[in-house]
Ligand binder design. Structure first.
Ligand code: PRP
Ligand code: ZN
Ligand code: MG
Length: 210
């Protein structure tokens, strides 16, 4: 048996469940259960917040996981990256209120930026010599300018509809991201065999799509 950590809701969740379905790995989805066993494959699915997936795999609570590169880069956990999955594509961007007359990166000097990705943001600001006040919040980042909590935000953008909804505009793209399959460094023989069977199926799904 192998245990995979998967996002409990959101875009990654949808795309991951689709991948498992197409690989003919049946998982009964249930809103309340954290741990679900597949009925036709030696796999257990652990549903978590995406933010917690890198650590759960690094510590061995899960053997493998599907998570965005954004969370991987932010968390600096020691895991192996097994496969780029090519779905749940998005970018991490700086956005400001639509009404702002944005003149370039120096606009951010002395401004307050709300984000759930402080490490990636600080690295970016430092390398561009910008000094901002980074304000860390774990959710609903996009409403923080509207309620006077921050001057700008740094968050995930996919379709862009969340930005439009909150009267924001994307002004700088800092990194691109997609879903990745990650793994714990110390899996035994049996788990490796199961992982290889999964990879074989994922490969078949992918070539069927080409
Ligand atoms: C992200 C981000 C926005 C939304 C943007 O959240 O925080 O809320 O998606 O997508 P859009 O451009 O298509 O509107 P996500 O669901 O990835 O997960 P999170 O709860 O970890 O932020
Ligand atoms: Zn998250
Ligand atoms: Mg969000």
């Amino acid at each position: 048996m192998i245990r995979i950590a998967v996002q409990s809701k959101g875009r990654l969740y949808e795309d991951t469940m689709n991948l498992l379905k197409e690989a003919d790995i049946q998982v009964k989805e249930s809103k309340r259960t954290l741990l679900v066993e597949s009925s036709n494959f030696p796999l257990e699915v652990l549903f978590l917040r995406d933010d917690d997936i890198p650590q759960s795999v690094a510590s061995g609570v899960a053997d493998i996981g599907i998570v965005g590169e954004n969370e991987l880069r932010e968390k600096h956990e020691d895991v192996q990256t097994i496969l780029r999955l090519g779905f749940s594509k998005c970018r991490l961007s700086l956005a400001v209120p639509k009404v702002v007359n944005y003149t370039g990166l120096s606009w951010f000097n002395g401004r307050k930026i709300a984000t759930s990705y402080p490490n990636i943001l600080r690295t970016f600001l430092n390398s561009n010599n910008i000094k901002s006040d980074v304000h860390v919040i774990t959710g609903s980042v996009e409403i923080s300018t509207g309620i006077g909590l921050a001057d700008a935000i740094f968050d995930i953008v996919s379709s862009g509809s969340t930005l439009v909804h909150n009267h924001l505009k994307e002004v700088e793209t800092v990194m691109k991201s997609e879903a990745m399959l990650i793994g714990n460094w110390n899996m035994d023989e049996e788990k490796h065999d199961i992982l290889n069977q999964m990879l074989f199926r994922f490969e078949a799904v992918r070539s069927a799509q080409d």
